[in-house]
Design a protein around this ligand. Structure first.
Ligand code: PGA
Length: 240
């Protein structure tokens, strides 16, 4: 586990962008695992800027997003993670949309319990070379809430009250926030060859400390599933 401290989200995100750009240069067919939420917005801004400066192409890049909401109201479709990715990254780079993947289409009405096919597709693509991760105040990663199994695969998740509350800032009313999502599992994420976890702001302190101090998996803190990953870089502005 490598911990890189920066004074600000801007500086930390710039470093994360540099890592991704360097890896893209050496592997134009890189498989990226992508996250949504407020954390990676600045990272995506830098990836766009830095790749344009260097005239880099994403034509052969493959991406897998961590998660997607289930049961969005039609009027809230702009809250889907697909919409987020289009508007924060994809429309500014030359990635082939056919190479971008989400665990479900947010308009899907037929929802299943398990989405093993997403794990299989990741495997068939050669596995995720770099996974970008945020972290929830309660230690969730993607939508793996406390109680998630360390070996879990992509599946339907019932969101906790605290996550629904945290996400309500993007919706008109808390009752509009979806109660479910489909998310890569902790086991899916742990198979990524390299993980960059971004944690900015004091609200993330406890979750981050739980991960850094973990000697084993604590089911109450899903982030601790990464405790023995062999290529985890944490980028943070939290002084530990
Ligand atoms: P945030 O969410 O980036 O909006 O803080 C992170 C997360 O919940 O994983």
């Amino acid at each position: 586990m490598k911990i890189l401290y920066y004074n600000s989200k801007e500086e930390g995100s710039k470093k994360a962008s540099n890592i991704i750009i360097d890896n893209l240069k050496s592997n134009p067919k890189i498989v990226l695992g992508l996250a949504t939420g407020s954390t990676p917005e600045t990272l995506y801004k830098y990836i766009i800027e830095d790749s344009q400066k260097e005239n880099l192409s994403f034509k052969n890049v493959v991406s897998f997003n961590l998660d997607e909401y289930v049961g969005l109201n039609e009027s809230d479709e702009d809250q889907s993670y697909k919409f987020f990715m289009d508007n924060h990254l994809f429309k500014y780079i030359d990635i082939n949309k056919n190479n971008t993947h989400f665990p479900i289409d947010f308009r899907d009405k037929e929802i299943k319990e398990n989405y093993d096919e997403y794990d299989n597709l990741i495997k068939k693509s050669g596995g995720i070379d770099i996974q970008i991760l945020g972290i929830g105040n309660n230690g969730h990663i993607a939508f793996n809430e406390p109680g998630s199994d360390i070996n879990s695969k992509t599946r339907l998740i019932n969101l906790t009250e605290s996550t629904i509350k945290a996400n309500s800032r993007f919706f008109t009313s808390i009752s509009d926030v979806p109660k479910q999502a489909v998310s890569m599992g902790l086991g899916t994420i742990n198979k990524s060859k390299k993980i960059i976890l971004l944690a900015f702001g004091e609200a993330k302190r406890e979750a981050l400390e739980r991960l850094i101090d973990a000697k084993s998996f604590d089911i109450n803190w899903p982030c601790t599933s990464l405790f023995n990953h062999n290529d985890l870089t944490i980028i943070t502005d939290i002084k530990l």
